[in-house]
Design a binder for this molecule. Structure first.
Ligand code: NI
Length: 203
């Protein structure tokens, strides 16, 4: 084999390798495969909104969602987190107003026994004018908690007013217009950083 043929074989092998690699990368990026790399968080839900109306994920189809799970009797983490959520949305309204307008913030109860629609409606009004509170039957809440992999458990005992506490996960879940997970943010992040994260992740 001459040096010239040997060299051209090596070059074509390299070329073929490159083409195959690019094809593989393209295939992996293909729309049919995107679900593979997506964490299994989120899914269909059926709940009751803060006006007492039955709603499902289909009612928000086409709109990205920012979802926080908690309960209105929460003494600390929920009010702090929802304050940050409201501030992040205000920040997003200034920096990316179109994205902010499309985004629907939701607060889903992990304590349906006490969080009635009226209780939710009053509570969410303190944090953001567009925040919608969702509650439901214990079965509906269990199902949505499972879908979003939310940990929530009543702690034993009650305080002097007879109120129990509920330990729960504390994340803001950013979902796309088809209720599929995009990203999550911690309540320990600063509001402008959450807003920047949302702006970067939303198309
Ligand atoms: Ni809480």
């Amino acid at each position: 084999m001459s040096k010239k043929i040997e060299l051209s074989l090596i070059v074509s092998c390299l070329g073929l390798g490159l083409v195959l690699t690019l094809l593989l990368v393209e295939t992996r990026r293909g729309p049919s495969d995107t679900a593979v790399s997506r964490p299994d968080i989120g899914g269909a839900f059926s709940l009751i909104d803060h006006d007492g109306v039955r709603v499902s994920d289909a009612d928000y189809a086409g709109r990205p969602l920012l979802i926080y799970f908690g309960f209105t009797y929460c003494p600390d983490v929920c009010p702090l987190s929802l304050d940050i959520m409201g501030a992040a949305l205000q920040h997003l309204k200034k920096t990316a107003p179109k994205k902010e307008a499309r985004l629907q913030p939701l607060f889903i109860s992990v304590d349906p026994a006490r969080d009635t629609p009226a209780q939710m409606k009053d509570y969410v009004s303190y944090f953001h004018p567009r925040l919608i509170g969702l509650t439901g039957t214990p079965e509906q809440i269990d199902a949505v908690k499972r879908a979003f992999r939310i940990y929530a458990a009543k702690t034993p005992g009650t305080d002097e007013n007879g109120n129990y506490n509920v330990d729960h996960s504390s994340f803001f879940y950013l979902m796309d217009g088809r209720n599929r997970y995009i990203a999550h943010f911690s309540h320990t992040m600063a509001a402008p950083d959450i807003a920047a994260g949302i702006a970067a992740k939303l198309p």
